[in-house]
Design a protein around this ligand. Structure first.
Ligand SMILES: Nc1ncnc2c1ncn2[C@@H]1O[C@H](COP(=O)(O)OP(=O)(O)O)[C@@H](O)[C@H]1O
Ligand SMILES: Cc1ncc(COP(=O)(O)OP(=O)(O)O)c(N)n1
Length: 566
């Protein structure tokens, strides 16, 4: 129920989390890529089809949509595959691929291109010459280009002729970013596979320097022991990690430790990462930020994959994680067997994802509230909105105290600073925003029973740091989650467009990401009893979020919107 800048992330940036470096334009990429672009970038995927929907063009389109883009697709090949393996591959004449590419380019401005399965040398060559022919010049920004050099599927089946490896290597100098997994990195570098993560980073740097390209080195295929043995990742993590890194000709630009999800639902992770990366870059113009956000989304999508119950092999990820609540599997089928965690995976590794999944019905109920629906469609009664703002202003003052308390209890300087920044943001940035919308200082209205109950819950949680962190989190996370969908509805002419626009704030999304990271760390290190308390505090706070959104007179029906100051 919080708003955009409630948690001012600039004040609370966690130095323990990777900062966003400035990313150079690779030398081989020709004209500079598109600057920060449209809010719904047009992204073309050039890839093969996976009829089971988890990888290839199907994964790309879902990933583009999940990242807020408009997806388009040119098919390089058709595969007959499912979650267990690839049965056969059909490659249409390469000339027909060119016809698809030209048809799109002749009509649509393309903000980003994601290239996946190329199947054969002639197909790769068609893509190369089409890229060369793309119009570019002073007034024509060329699309951002991401190449996922698909060679072998998770199942072990080949998706690229060995004879085509050189043709794929020839594309490296034409794209901005290449996203090989570890075996693909070795093939592109024409070197033996890296033995551990530091060696992979070194190999990626050599590849980047040789071709003037940015390389995303992916650690999905890294044996857990190799992660632990390297000093390059946080060996203290209970889950062994799934590291990724953005590497340029001069070395590592961004390294993300990543949480390894104990699951077999990893079909199509490479496609999904590359498509999400291309889309987010087209929106922000920042590769490091795009990678960090994509990785965060993908980790959650992998975590939610098993619940889809698709196939009996390596299942897909849930690209729409967080967007639509899944029907609990138990309601439609017998419970799935509990996956046996591998030895290096702590029992708490995915506990926070589980809390979030468990809160899905509450989040769905929030989406369904008259207040939220009418705010979304613009028919929300102005008095109801004012009432909401007034209660929210009261809430914010106390919430800021709870964040200050979290800062007081925080075990590290980084977390202390993060919560202090959040408290400051709530008191200054956020209350200023409310004041502007209300057309003056919030009136001295009485605290509603709903507001009081929520605040009491937060105060009670303030006895220990883990419980408090769990209790304050839904205010970030639920709000950001609901807000993302609301922000998409604020088009021109919408009476609350300016307010809905505040939900799309990137700083708030970043603050939420950091807050969730802290929650994960605290939960992973907590003992069972503390974790139980945290789960209860988190769940209760989600319910308070629902009640808070529901407390105004909006339920009485739509009224006159827009008499408030925007
Ligand atoms: N079990 C996992 N948990 C979390 N992230 C994973 C897991 N497996 C793969 N990933 C992530 O998925 C992405 C794709 O990784 P990878 O499996 O290495 O490539 P590919 O799918 O191309 O073979 C990377 O961001 C990687 O870190
Ligand atoms: C048609 C098609 N394209 C690509 C892949 C491999 O996808 P990737 O994302 O690299 O996935 P996994 O190796 O993680 O499955 C595919 N299977 N099919």
């Amino acid at each position: 129920m919080t708003v955009r800048a409630r948690h001012d992330s600039s004040a609370g940036h966690d130095p323990a989390l990777p900062a966003t470096p400035t990313t150079p334009t690779p030398a081989g990429a020709g004209t500079p890529p598109t600057p920060p672009g449209p809010s719904r970038p047009r992204v073309l995927a050039i890839a093969g089809s996976d009829p089971s929907g988890g990888a290839g063009i199907q994964a790309d389109l879902k990933s583009v949509a999940a990242a807020g883009g408009y997806g388009m697709a040119a098919l390089t090949a058709l595969t007959a595959q499912n979650t267990r393996g690839v049965r056969s591959v059909h490659v249409p004449p390469p000339g027909f691929l060119r016809a698809q590419l030209d048809a799109v380019a002749d009509d649509v401005t393309i903000d980003a291109v994601k290239i996946g399965m190329l199947a054969s040398a002639p197909v790769a060559e068609v893509v190369g010459s089409w890229l060369d022919d793309l119009p570019r010049g002073a007034t024509t920004a060329r699309p951002a280009l991401v190449l996922d050099p698909v060679m072998v599927a998770t199942s072990g089946d080949r998706l690229l002729d060995p004879a085509a490896e050189r043709a794929v290597r020839d594309l490296l100098g034409r794209v901005d970013v290449v996203t090989p997994n570890l075996p693909e990195l070795a093939v592109l570098a024409a070197e033996p596979p890296a033995a551990d993560w530091p060696a992979a980073l070194d190999q990626a740097r050599r590849l980047a320097a040789r071709h003037g390209v940015l390389v995303v080195a992916k650690g999905g295929h890294l044996p857990t022991a190799a992660v632990g043995a390297s000093g390059a990742v946080d060996v203290g993590r209970p889950d062994g990690g799934a590291p990724d890194a953005l590497v340029g000709p001069d070395g590592v630009l961004l390294e993300l430790v990543g949480r390894r999800v104990p699951t077999t639902s990893t079909h199509g992770t490479g496609c999904s990462l590359a498509a999400g990366l291309a889309t987010r870059f087209a929106r922000t113009g920042d590769w490091a930020r795009a990678l960090r956000d994509t990785k965060e989304w993908l980790t959650a999508a992998i975590g939610a994959g098993e619940a889809l119950r698709v196939g009996g092999g390596h299942g897909p990820v849930d690209h729409l994680v967080g967007l639509h609540p899944q029907t609990p599997a138990s309601a439609v089928a017998p419970p799935a067997p509990v996956p046996v965690p591998d030895a290096a995976v702590g029992p708490a590794a995915d506990v926070v994802d589980r809390w979030w999944q468990d809160a899905a019905p509450v989040r769905a109920a929030i989406d369904d509230l008259p207040f939220v629906r009418t705010l979304g469609d613009g028919t929300l009664d102005a008095d109801a909105f004012r009432e909401y703002l007034e209660q929210d202003a009261l809430y914010l003052r106390e919430y800021a105290r709870c964040l200050a308390r979290a800062s007081e209890l925080a075990p590290t300087r980084a977390e202390q600073a993060f919560w202090a920044g959040g408290a400051h943001g709530a008191l200054v940035t956020e209350l200023d925003l409310h004041t502007r919308w209300l057309g003056g200082e919030p009136q001295d209205v009485p605290e509603s029973p709903t507001t009081r109950a929520y605040l009491e819950h937060l105060r009670e949680a303030g006895g220990d740091y883990p419980t408090l962190v769990a209790a304050v989190l839904p205010c970030y996370w639920v709000y950001q989650d609901v807000g993302e969908r609301l922000a998409a509805r604020g088009d021109a002419g919408h009476p609350y467009a300016a307010w809905l626009g505040t939900y799309a704030d990137d700083a708030f999304a970043e603050a939420t990401r950091q807050a969730v990271e802290i929650l994960r760390r605290v939960a992973a290190e907590a003992d069972d009893a503390t974790r139980e308390r945290m789960a209860a505090a988190f769940r209760r706070a989600c319910e308070h979020e629902l009640a808070f959104f529901d407390q105004t007179g909006a339920a009485a029906g739509a009224g006159t919107a827009g008499t408030l100051v925007g």
